[in-house]
Design a binder for this molecule. Structure first.
Ligand code: UFG
Length: 323
């Protein structure tokens, strides 16, 4: 049985990944400082509460276990916060990731799956965005992800370190069995906020800007089901465990939905009235982000199963109603 270290395994995406790894016969060790994750979201395997800043702690962890690969989900994720407090983002997302990579290097663990982001592309020059699109981030969050991608290229050159960088577009939805879902505090993502408004936990949803150059004036995003996203990670892991080389893939469904379309669909699915307030644009939001995921499909054999937005919102709704 191969043991996989999941850094950030108590968070939204990481916790779904831990569950799927266990279901696929891997042994899992979750490493999380619980700054944003939840201990009860880790459904199995070993759990270690530790910070990636703690290099001695990381060293001890790698002495205790023989990891076949590392999946790294532990990072700060708010674009707006990264603009206000860049040091936090460079420290947490770059410097702490370097601690993890150096520790891996010292212990001869050389397979790494990295949670990168569409934010590494910056303002799109064309959509859908394929992997050849220039990476020119427009905020510190995007830069931190871009920098780690660059570090990984250098580690591959210097140490034959093999990494797959997965650039997520908008992860959404929830576990099919209803055990896990999206739980951020504070919540900043559109779909959970809309569903909280449907439940009356919020008075309304504010639409950030309606003067974008899009069909209805609101921003267009490519929403990808969390289970499909984790499935891509599993394929990337298998690729590396089979001796595959370093890669980077964009992960989305290739279809964009506007903020208004998301709210309308949530209204239909929940049957609830969702009060909407129109506000100012949010700093750093590109008008359209849509992925071209052809490479992931062709090279990893990735086949999204829950690509339609209605299913994504339905699954998110099932979870939000219960929690
Ligand atoms: N939005 C609103 N009102 C809200 C929240 C969001 O109108 O209350 C809009 C945003 O302006 C955006 C869309 O809904 O147009 C989606 O916003 P999210 O915050 O849900 O997601 P983002 O597209 O901003 O962010 C996602 C990831 C980030 C990542 C980014 C990459 O969550 O971690 O994609 O571009 F950095």
């Amino acid at each position: 049985m191969q043991t996989i270290l999941v850094a950030g395994g108590a968070g939204y995406i990481g916790s779904h990944m831990v569950k799927i790894l266990l279901a696929n016969g891997y042994q899992v060790v979750t490493l999380d400082n619980l700054s944003a994750g939840y201990r009860d979201a880790v459904l199995g395997g070993d759990f270690v509460q530790r910070d990636l800043a703690d290099k001695a702690g990381l060293d001890a962890l790698f002495q205790r276990y023989d990891f076949a690969a590392v999946m790294h989900f532990a990072s700060s994720i708010q674009v707006g916060e990264s603009v206000i407090n860049p040091a936090l983002y460079y420290r947490n997302n770059v410097s702490n990731t370097l601690n993890l990579l150096e520790t891996m290097q010292q212990h001869g663990v050389k397979r790494f799956i990295f949670s990168s982001s569409a934010a590494t592309f910056g303002e799109p020059q064309y959509v859908p965005l394929d992997e050849n699109h220039p990476q020119q981030p427009i905020n510190p969050y995007g830069w931190t992800k871009w920098m780690v991608e660059q570090i990984l290229r250098d580690f591959d050159f210097a140490h034959q370190f093999k990494a797959v960088c997965l650039r997520y577009f908008n992860a959404a939805g929830a576990d099919l069995e209803g055990q896990l879902g999206e739980r951020h505090n504070p919540e900043t993502h559109l779909i959970p906020l809309v569903l909280q408004a449907a439940l009356g936990q919020r008075s309304h949803i504010t639409v950030f800007g309606q003067d974008y150059p899009t069909p209805d004036g609101t921003c267009v995003r490519d929403y990808i089901h969390i289970v499909d996203l984790c499935q891509a990670h599993l394929l990337a892991l298998q690729h590396l465990l089979n001796g595959g080389d370093s890669r980077a893939y964009n992960l989305g469904n290739g279809t964009g939905f506007s903020v208004k379309q998301v709210i309308d669909m949530a209204q239909q699915i929940t049957g609830m009235n969702i009060p909407v307030v129109y506000g100012q644009r949010r700093e750093g939001d590109p008008a359209r982000l849509v992925a071209d995921a052809t490479w992931a499909k062709q090279q990893l054999g990735w086949q999204p199963r829950y690509a339609d937005l209605a299913t994504i919102i339905q699954h998110a709704w099932q979870w939000h109603r219960k929690h």
